[in-house]
Design a protein around this ligand. Sequence first.
Ligand code: GDP
Length: 574
Amino acid sequence: NRMAERAGDVIKTLMKLGTMATITQSIDADTAELVASEFGHRIKRVTEADVEQVLVDQGDTDAAQLPRPPVVTVMGHVDHGKTSLLDALRKTDVAAGEAGGITQHIGAYQVILPHAVHGFDRVTFIDTPGHAAFTEMRARGAHVTDVVVLVVAADDGIMPQTIEAIRHAKAAQAPMIVAINKCDLPGANPARVRQDLLQHDVQVEEMGGDVLSVEISAKTRMGLDKLLDAILLQAEILELKSNPNRAAVGVVIEAKLEKGRGSVATVLVQKGTLKVGDIFVAGSEWGRVRALVDDRGRTVTAATPAQPVEVIGLTAAPQAGDDFTVVETEAKAREVSEFRQRKRRQQQVAASGRGSLEQMLANIKSGQAKELAVLIKGDVHGSVEAIKGALEKIIDAENEVRVRVLDAAVGAITESDVTLANASKAIIIGFNVRANPQARDMARRDGVDIRYYAIIYNVIDDIKLALSGMLAPTLREKFPGNAQILQVFNITKVGKVAGCKVVEGVVKRGAKVRLLRDNVVIHEGSLKTLKRMKDEVKEVSQGYECGMAFENYDNIEANDVIECFEMEEIARAI
Ligand code: GDP
């Protein structure tokens, strides 16, 4: 129709190209291009995704950019005082305690300072419970936080979630300020906190590094001014700027369905000014701003950069971390929202393998990615460090692609590792350790690639080959199944025999086996016997009980897991 050609002529041309097609048949884009140019038309390729073009940021001139307040997230171990600190900081607000103070719980709020510090008169705090929320937001591509405040209790020191918070902050590449809390307590030892942070690659100023640390007490309010000063100093260094005079762009911090108000989303405006009446797209939903409510519960008519507001007027609730963009017309908003909903459904159908090594390499090849992110978990510190060191040294001369080690730690692979890997599109390397069942399910669901190794050389080799784009056929381990030891029997002349139950797949007599305790490999070898009742058998499948004993090894305990593995040669291709 658009070429104003007769169908018969088009079919004839197609035949000349060797394609037999009928008038109602779809043809691929390459063929269509050939046909169109055969008729002397100039073609321009568009994709369905072009509807999202309206959301592409045109950028702002430097002159239009004005300073904006910083956005801060507080993280740390449970009970170290995150909530107390946020409450204490809230009380520094000019209107605190009076009518008009921060009242609403909308997932983020702005503290207005009594006087300007380093040129800022306000700070925005994001109050999302737990680190998972932070990472999930990042997983959706939202860069919300300018500065992370790490709260560490001076009487308790570095704890598991402190380490997790450090990892998340590093992965997000957000500058960190350490708030050493509870310094009012007699057992407080801030010097030890600073010292111990070194072990996690955080060098505070007192230790010769450049991370600011402040001793505070959320309870007595000691050091809060200093903390605010440090936050704002860091903000000043970052030269945070944004153009307030344009259509608004932001991020959804929280969204929910409320009785009487419909779908309500807390949005942090990042650029421009959001006004009542604006038409917008939020993730795969759209709407028109019917009302804006600020963190003090007041109805406002507009919100500026770094200001969180509740937006009323959505067709449905978006997800935390979704982008929020004001568009010109309702038609465009609908179009984008429909496209995204379609795309989301397609993605759900084809559980995408975006975390798979192959997918990542494809991205690197097409120039979409410049680094291969990995997360290393291992059984001992020495091997983890060795792998980390070796991988970081690999630089592919041609493509300038390198390995970025997000984290390297000792221990089993947990859900938090999978979340982190998913957010950073990383693969996970398990060196003599395994994923726990929850992490395994999650990895399967999110398409995160977990690779298990037992030889350091193999890890390095695999990644090297991968980076140079030469994926030769390699040996890769396959896991037919595993069994859990229920009870250990001591049998004269035979030694220790494990009474097991096969929990996954099948265990086979010929296969090699490993003994895992708490998801860490402690022995590798082969089976002496595999018995079902009294008989020696070839294999036992899931759900059945069996007796097993190792060749030349008997340090086995109840609850250990015996994992069967085979080497399989697979041809890899990108
Ligand atoms: P969160 O789990 O990190 O949010 O920690 P909370 O803010 O709930 O605090 C945990 C406990 O530590 C509460 O009982 C607080 O009263 C107490 N706490 C918090 N900050 C301080 C402090 O600076 N000094 C003392 N002594 N106790 C504190």
